[in-house]
Design a binder for this molecule. Sequence first.
Ligand code: ARG
Length: 468
Amino acid sequence: MSKKIASARIDTASSELLKELNNSLPFDRALYREDIEGSKAHAYMLRQQGIISEEDYHKISSGLDRVLEEIESGAFSLDGDDEDIHMAIERRLTEIVGDAGKRLHTARSRNDQVALDFRLYVLRHGEEISKLILDLIESLLDRAEKGSNLLLPGMTHLQHAQPINFGYHMMAYASMFRRDYERFVDSNERNSFSPLGCAALAGTPHPIDRRLTARMLGFKAPTLNCLDTVSDRDFALEILFNIATLMMHISRLSEELILWSTSEFGFVRLSDKHATGSSIMPQKKNPDIPELLRGKTGRTYGNLISLLTVMKGLPLAYNKDTQEDKEGVFDSVKTAELSLRVLKEMIDEMYVNGEAMERACNRGHLSATDLADYLVKSEGLPFRDAYHIVGSVVNYAEELGKDISELTPQELKSVDERIDEGACAVLDNRKSMDARDSEGGTSTKRTLEQIDTMKRWLQERKGAEVRR
Ligand code: ARG
């Protein structure tokens, strides 16, 4: 048995088991910067409003600076018996400055304090992640540009479908990550309202100025309703959802890199930096890094589902259940930031084997649709009839052990009289790719157009203030 938890009414020392269950300091110490920043703004506002004296304010403010220094130097280790980060900092402050430290909590509750600290953390990491996404998009654009003359077998159902441009494939991922970026920015925009001053649940009788602290802390304004604010964790759910979706995209790209680096595909070779060996098979180079990115996606889904589940039955307002909001968010944030950094490095340093990709285009009759389209245009055939003729051509090519693009004009004509000389030209894979020139399509021209549009979009955002 040891010291009691924060309470004016409980005299018995808390049980060790209660502390183990209750204390959040082992993880919420990650919020120490936000906690000190929020407290400094709160103390300043208390002085401006005449709620605490000038002298107490200066003691509190310099005392908080010292606590920050002590935490960062390791002198104050944040592994003590304190219930949470808020109590730990207030205790240390009071040890340093005496009674003034006890005035800091006027017109404030840990309920609005934790809502503030956590929201600041989420907004900051939302901004950091959105910047890392821009860096990743930059790498994808670079790959897209360099690979805009490379042919790749485009697939549906993981079966060869139509020849596409490698740059176009990279731009598909750039487009996904652009939506991710926008989701993080939108969420920050929506959640840029300060919880500070909501107190326990109902506001406070002290003449506080919430607008002042909101401004000082970089928010657009204070939140509207205190009862909602102290129990709202939508901002945390949003970042968890945004990360889960981002990781789903990272996982899909990882999956393709894993496939592409097999000897069956051989389209890319990951840098040795991003591959590992086997302890028994000396010849192996394994794509552990994309596998880990794909694997880590799972925990970010779990974190989202956990918090949704924590929140679903809570009556208004604050309930201790919400202390369970943090570890999942910390974990998802760390996972997303690391994954984005690693993925960017991997994209920058992988070797793309254009020849292998182009060779793969000669399997699977990728230009079959082009022949059907050609017959529609040149012979005026209904598409469905053309489709059946081309089906017979594909069967014939299979019998000969050839790809449709390798058939001679005579061979083509032997299947159906209506297939003329011009057909051979459309069966060429590169021509097939360039023929898909409709807006958003895969032709080299359209791919370069997409790269250009995305580059301009990126330039407008790089260096732009994201958070609020
Ligand atoms: N550690 C708590 C949390 O993370 C802080 C708020 C505690 N408030 C309370 N009334 N017990 O949610």
